[in-house]
Design a protein around this ligand. Structure first.
Ligand code: SAJ
Length: 418
């Protein structure tokens, strides 16, 4: 059987390669010529453990071909981005990439073809597209949300349970046949609108949980409690699982998807509030910086930013809270230098560790990279000697604070009022 995967990003490329390695003939399609060229050369712009080997294996086997236009196939899987756009202060899912993907496959569609959408979309989108396409042709359609965690994509693609929502039972069954070729987890069938809502609920649950942790962090600062210790102890309860506070929620999923629920329902009050709270965290972090600078009357301050990836151990900077923090600091006349051992390109210049901390006043840790945990005492001492003022603000509780304090740093931890 032949499958056409539209969109070769974080989800489409691993999925296409996986299917090609499991007996399907796969055509991977992306409108970006440069991306196609890179995939062919094995020079991927996505850094994900194991991905390069998987892709080159699929291409060398002859089962995966990549190009810029679709072809006739038995099934089409759409994995294009669905960002949020703002219209009159209201969030709206930008479905333009989905629509152009659908238009691009429309001329090739034949009776009994299956179309699967994996991109995150507002409820009822799949049904609407199904109605639009079913103009006399017998098309099958299903919504099968991706659920993989960046950094663990290959493992989770195989191991996670999957939800498949068909516009009818036959569609769901046909989609199940495809996914069961490589998924070891359970596969659950439902209707397409339920599956769309399930996807949004998963990411919204996480966003609201993080917002709660962030609110706890602010409150703990007021009452001289360490929120990290408090959360750790609360989580000893068998039915409590509070996530970690931090500088805000980034990435292209959790910081975006809850808006698609806000878009469709006035009842989404808690969801909107959580989103706004998480979006406000970068400014809360900047206030912590301003407070330290003011307290010491530091003139022409320089802040050394540690980490601009949206989360630890990835190179992705999309929707990173770091961007808002940098903008806010620089708009108030604070100069910033940026160090991130994982990130290769960013809107602002990246520097080496030494350059970044030289003559700095504050180290502001924004990302929980493993590397930051592993600084040795000699390295911390070297950093100490290069800096003008010796302040550290850790928004992730990732540094070994005892070691930094021992060297002589003043360490402020987000959410620690003690
Ligand atoms: N974060 C915190 N505190 C925490 C956990 C995360 O502040 O305790 C922050 C992270 O630093 C990051 C953001 O939240 O900025 C999101 O990171 P994440 O690791 O929670 O999630 P993503 O966006 O990398 O991937 C999520 C996953 N969804 C869930 O876990 C429910 C993944 O399984 C989805 O496939 C993915 O969204 C997606 O594509 O929808």
């Amino acid at each position: 059987k032949k499958i056409c995967v539209i969109g070769l990003g974080y989800i489409g490329l691993p999925t296409a390669s996986m299917l090609a390695n499991h007996g399907y003939y796969v055509v991977g399609v992306d409108v970006d010529r440069e991306r196609i060229r890179r995939i062919k050369n094995g020079n991927l712009n996505i850094k994900e453990p194991g991905l390069k080997t998987l892709v080159s294996g699929a291409i060398n086997s002859g089962n995966l071909k990549v190009k810029t236009t679709p072809e006739n196939a038995d099934a089409y899987i759409v994995c294009v981005p669905t960002p949020v756009k703002w219209e009159n202060n209201s969030p709206k899912c930008n479905l333009s990439y989905i629509y152009s993907a659908i238009e691009s496959i429309k001329p090739y569609l034949r009776d009994r073809n299956l179309i699967i959408i994996e991109s995150t979309v507002p409820p009822k989108t799949t049904e609407r597209i199904y109605r639009y396409l079913n103009d006399g042709r017998k098309i099958y359609m299903a919504y099968c949300p991706e659920r993989v965690l960046p950094g663990k994509i290959l493992k989770e693609l195989v191991e996670n349970d999957r939800i498949i929502g068909g516009v009818n039972k036959e569609s769901a069954e046909l989609a199940r046949e495809i996914y069961s070729s490589f998924v070891d987890g359970n596969i659950y069938l439902t209707d397409s609108t339920t599956a769309e809502m399930v996807k949004l609920m998963e990411n919204t649950y996480r966003d609201v949980n993080i917002a709660l942790a962030n609110e706890f962090a602010k409150i703990c600062e007021e009452i001289n409690v360490n929120v990290w210790e408090a959360i750790d102890l609360a989580n000893k309860h068998p039915r409590v699982n509070i996530l970690n506070p931090g500088p805000g929620v980034g990435g292209h999923c959790i910081s975006v998807d809850p808006w698609f629920i806000v878009e469709i329902s006035k009842n989404a009050k808690l969801i909107r509030c959580a989103r706004e709270l998480n979006n406000s965290m970068p400014y809360y972090v900047c206030d912590l910086v301003f407070k330290e600078l003011k307290r010491r009357e530091i003139e022409n301050p320089k802040v050394a930013i540690f980490g601009v990836a949206y989360k630890g151990n990835v190179e992705d900077t999309r929707e990173s809270p770091g961007k808002n923090i940098i903008e806010c600091l620089t708009s108030k006349g604070v100069s910033v230098s940026i160090y991130d051992p994982y990130v290769k390109t960013f809107e602002y210049p990246l520097e080496s560790l030494k350059e970044c901390v030289t003559k700095g006043d504050v180290i502001l840790v924004i990302t929980d990279h493993e590397d930051f945990k592993n600084f040795k005492e000699e390295e911390i001492r070297e950093i100490y000697d290069l800096m003008r003022n010796k302040i550290v603000i850790d928004t992730r509780n990732i540094l070994k604070h005892d070691l930094w304090r021992k060297v002589g740093f003043y360490v402020k931890l987000l959410g620690d009022g003690k």
